[in-house]
Design a protein around this ligand. Structure first.
Ligand code: CP
Length: 308
């Protein structure tokens, strides 16, 4: 069994079989991570560069840990403190790193399409760790893994994505993944934060948080991405929280238990109150933990493509 792609640029390019293969491979790596010795020799002699042109806490640490657990050699590059400040281009930077015999590139960039552009110019496998407002494929994979771990098969599950859908690469990757795997998806937020014609991607739109919470099995609450909004799209954070934030009273009023997810970082008191983020319904830290096994699976399967 192998992936149909050489790079992981987005969920858009994956088949349902690819997604299933990644999730089943991650099951095995999750077992490895429960053992006293969490390291396997699988990627010994493979060198991976983590190329981060944009800030990250979870994704960067998770990839680095996944690489170390697979016994790969790792190099961490952050744009700040590098020769990017002297005007060096993306391709020159990457070609210089690759000339030192690097096999794979994990890349985060604020420009949508940056990893796709790079993939046209270099031979090494590229893993997109988040590109602008486009995709964040490993986040959607770890979200899917976490839902499947709690609720079983994704087919028929009702997943609601709340918040800033317009600027969220997590939303787009989740929409591609969940619809490919047969889940039902509703996006919910203020009209100004929901892209026009998003229904064409196979999702429904709601502007009513309470009704959407009543409908869903899983609420994946997304961050308000103020850094990507070049003009105000709602009046104040306080008003956003009042109309679109999720609080414990809302959860308590539901007739069923639902799962609360968030990709992080959380704006506590804006999209999610602390009493929800830290409640027994929340699987936010499980998502982070599962990210390591999922990224191990992605790196392992892409490294296997090189051998073919
Ligand atoms: N979920 C996520 O991408 O978090 P970071 O920005 O901290 O990597």
């Amino acid at each position: 069994m192998s992936l149909s792609v050489k790079h992981l640029l987005g969920i858009k390019d994956l088949t349902p079989e690819d997604i299933d293969l990644i999730l089943r491979t991650a099951d095995n790596f999750k077992d490895v991570l429960q053992r006293p010795i969490k390291k396997v020799p699988t990627l010994r002699d493979t060198t991976i560069v983590n190329l981060f042109y944009e800030n990250s806490t979870r994704t960067r640490i998770s990839f680095e840990l996944a690489e170390k657990r697979l016994s790969a050699d790792t190099i961490n590059f952050t744009a700040s403190g590098s020769s990017v400040s002297k005007g060096e281009t993306l391709i020159d930077t990457v070609n210089n790193i690759l000339s030192m015999k690097v096999d794979m590139v994990v890349m985060r960039h604020s420009a949508s399409g940056a990893p796709h552009f790079l993939a046209q110019h270099i031979n090494a496998s590229i893993v997109n760790a988040g590109d602008g407002i486009n995709e964040h494929p490993t986040q959607a994979l770890l979200d899917a893994f976490s839902i499947r771990e709690k609720l079983g098969d994704l087919k028929g599950k009702k997943v609601a994505l709340f918040g800033d859908i317009m600027h969220s690469r997590v939303a787009l990757s989740n929409i591609y993944l969940l619809t490919k795997m047969g889940a039902e998806v509703i996006v919910c937020g203020p009209p100004t934060l929901i892209p026009k014609h998003i229904e064409k991607l196979g999702v429904k739109v709601s502007y009513d948080v309470r009704k959407t919470l009543e409908w869903c099995d899983v609420a994946n609450v997304l961050r308000i991405q103020l850094e990507r909004q070049n003009k105000p799209l709602f009046s104040t954070l306080r008003e956003y929280s009042l109309y679109y934030g999720i609080n414990k009273a809302m959860l308590d009023s539901l007739k069923k238990e639902i799962i609360i997810m968030h990709p992080g970082p959380i704006n506590r008191g804006v999209e999610l109150n602390s009493d929800v983020a830290d409640s027994k319904n929340s699987i936010i830290l499980d998502q982070v933990q599962n990210g390591v096994a999922v990224r191990m699976a992605v790196l392992y399967l892409l490294a296997g493509k090189k051998e073919e």
